[in-house]
Structures are given as C-alpha cells and as structure tokens.
Design a binder for this molecule. Structure first.
Ligand SMILES: [Zn+2]
Length: 244
C-alpha cells in the first residue's frame, strides 16, 4: 500500500514537472505561436475575403520570381499585364527590407543555345536586355539573386531545383542557414516558375504564401489549374496590401 502511494506520488511529481516544462516552453515560443495563429487566421483562398497577415519578418523572406524584360508585355515571352506585378512587389520588398526580412530575386538566365528554345521562344539570353530585370523593379532591397536555367541541357522553372528535380540551386541551403521559415512569393509566371517554386517551397517545409495581386500567368487555363494545385498543396493566398 505504502509502495503504491509513493509510486502515485512519483507519477504526480513527474506530471507536474512535465506540465511546468511545457508551460515554460509555451511561454518561450509565445511570439512564434502567436505569429503562426495569425497566419493561420489569415488563410485566404483566392476567392475569399482578405484579412491582415502579420509576419515575423526575422524568419521570413520575399521571393521575387523572374520579373525580367522578356516576361513583361513587350518581351520575347511577354505575359499579359506582367508588368503589373512590379508595383506590389516593390512595396513588399521595401516592407521586408525595412523590417529585417530577406528579399531574394530569381532570374531566368539562358545560354544562347538553351534546350528550352523551341518549346519556348528564345528568351532571357544571358547578357541581353531581355534577361535584365525590368527597369521599374527596385533591386536595392534584394540581397540574393538566384540565376536559373544557365546550363544548355536543362531548364529550371523552380527557384529551388532544376527540371531534373535533383539539381539544387542552393536556395534552400541559404534560407535554412538564415532560419527562414516563411516564404512570400510573387512574380512571373503563375503557371510556371511561381507554381514550381511554391510547390517545392511547401515540400521543403516552408510556410508558403503567394501574393495574388503580384502574380500573372502565361495562359488563363493553366493559370487557373496552377492556382488549384497551389491551393491543394496548402499554399496560403493573400493580397499584397494585407501583409504587414
Ligand atoms: Zn526560361
């Protein structure tokens, strides 16, 4: 009888210790939990009312996807209204930079004999004006530029992996080294480089947010399909004005 009560006492003591430890851990990660809760509350499907999304910029990065001349309206692979993504992305880049967040840009960067030419018109050839970022894009807050598709034999839609799905661009290592957990993506095009980058981001464990008013697609049908795939993968949609 005595032994049993000592045993019970031990269990109660253990439970108390566990409880106190958990309370402490919870208190410690309170800010983090609060941020996650806020982001969770802010989950907006692209047809639902937007809510304010409060980010912890210290562990967030903005990824500006391929805002280059050839993907803008007068370019070789011009996307309708592609240049309209610049204004919201510039605003977000300034917001991230002012709050200690990282801003990264990707750049399609093909050799003149790139294997994707044929499937696509010749575009973003290294060193040509078409490969340059659009002049209105503010590059000052950008601390890293990832160039992709620079090998003749392989294309790269995703900011993380080339199209063999194995060759890394190094972006994941960069982000993990900086303890970045949340990625906000916008740019061109919704149905290709934004889509593949966001899907890889989720697979790699990042909380991934796509800015609806800061993306444009090549074709209406594939863009609609891309939004569906992103939604199914758990990507959060928001508007640039809702991020603070
Ligand atoms: Zn390309």
């Amino acid at each position: 009888m005595h032994g049993k009560s000592a045993y019970t006492k031990d269990i109660i003591l253990n439970m108390c210790t566990v409880f106190i430890r958990h309370t402490f851990i919870l208190k410690e990660s309170c800010q983090k939990v609060k941020n996650i809760a806020l982001v969770s509350l802010s989950i907006t499907k692209y047809d639902k009312q937007e809510t304010i999304m409060t980010l912890d910029f210290s562990c967030s990065a903005l990824i500006i996807v391929d805002i280059q001349n050839d993907f803008c309206p007068s370019g070789e692979l011009g996307i309708k209204n592609g240049d309209q993504v610049i204004e919201p992305m510039n605003r977000l880049a300034s917001l991230f930079a002012a709050n200690g967040g990282r801003v990264i840009a990707t750049q399609d960067w093909h050799p003149a004999d790139h294997s994707s030419f044929g499937l696509w018109p010749r575009h973003c050839v290294q060193g040509t004006p078409g490969a340059d970022f659009h002049a209105a894009l503010n590059l000052k807050p950008v601390s890293l530029i990832i160039r992709k598709g620079f090998r003749s034999s392989i294309d790269s839609y995703s900011a993380f992996f080339e199209n063999d799905r194995k060759t890394s661009t190094g972006l994941d290592g960069f982000l993990k080294a900086l303890s970045i957990e949340t990625l906000v993506l916008g740019g061109l095009a919704t149905d290709y480089c934004v889509l593949y980058s966001a899907l890889d981001a989720v697979k790699l464990g990042y909380r991934t947010i796509v800015v609806k008013d800061a993306v444009r697609g090549v074709e209406a049908a594939s863009t609609e399909q891309a939004l569906k795939l992103l939604d199914e993968a758990g990507i959060i949609f928001t508007e640039s004005g809702a991020i603070e």
